[in-house]
Ligand binder design. Sequence first.
Ligand code: ADP
Ligand code: MG
Length: 364
Amino acid sequence: MKHLLTTRGIPVKMTSLLLSASLLFAVLFSGCSSTDPGWSEKTETVLGTISHIRIHSEHRPEGDTAVASAFERVQEIEGRMSATLPGSQIYQINAAAGRTGVTVTDDVLFMIEEGLRHYQLTDGLFHIGLGTLTSLWGLSTDRPQVPEREAIQNTLAAIDIETIEISGSDVRIRQRGTAIDLGGIAKGYAVDEAARVLQDLGITSGFVNFGGDVYALGEKPDGTPWYVGIKEPIPGSTGLVGRLGVINRSVVTSGDYERYLADENTGERFHHILDPRTGRPASNELVSVTIASGTALEADILSTAVFVMGLEKGYRYVTDTPGADAIFITRDDEVILTPGLRQDFELMNEAYLLTAYEPPPVSD
Ligand code: ADP
Ligand code: MG
């Protein structure tokens, strides 16, 4: 426990701690020999994070080609959906807000449609129309700042997701004030697409890890699951809370400790997951939420949305979503699992306590 207290007690300067480049997960490759000639791997900085693909194949040259093709697809996705690259489709939609629509490619359309669908499913807590608010906080820049209360209120008041209109493959924002930000969805989609490209090229065993958004393709060559290390939710820590064994499943974590701005006087952390009801970083009993699901797109969306919901609502939401499971870590260092993960998760850190949880009955 002691290291937790001392780490948290250190006053952090009012400077940006953009740590997105650090890998959120450690991947445990126990049992895989790195001298095995069947492995191909590559690391690139893409989607604002360190992205790593490692696969096993019968023929090494084909394996290397498959990994390169997967990264090409990811570069293409980034070029289309980035909110800050002037050439991207999302940038163009936002720049044309209040004026015209923009014809988009199927992948961008799919991400926007999925974003809008999950806005409905989460009662507005997953919100892809917060672009003007994320810009106000400077979340995708290296100079985030805490805005004035009034600026937050004014920006929030001008946001209306209903003004995002889709007609065929044209996307238009009817009114200025709303801007699309796919930051909570694109990395997951890119992970799925990388895995799809690998599979299309015949790869049956591999691991895709884009800054902690993971997809475990098949099993390891020795027939055991891939193990995903769940990082300790403490800034700068490389320690693990535990590990999760997965096969053909995605694992994604959202937390308040990776990318944030800290107030040196109060210690308050202003992180990058915003509560659309307040316009401020979500604040509840959770420090991290890990979602396991069949697709990284869903896991990415749910990790962000459930982090905003908090434990009680989030636990219900995940257990009501077929195929999804969660690991919640609370401020009190409790680790709570949904029933589907109890066989697959192994606690590896005695500073944390595996705690049984049942949400209170819903009162209407
Ligand atoms: P990370 O990018 O570190 O994996 P997340 O997947 O949780 O983190 O996504 C956070 C990003 O999603 C933010 O940087 C912002 O672009 C966007 N975002 C912030 N709040 C929300 C929200 N309530 N709903 C949807 N997207 C959000
Ligand atoms: Mg996410």
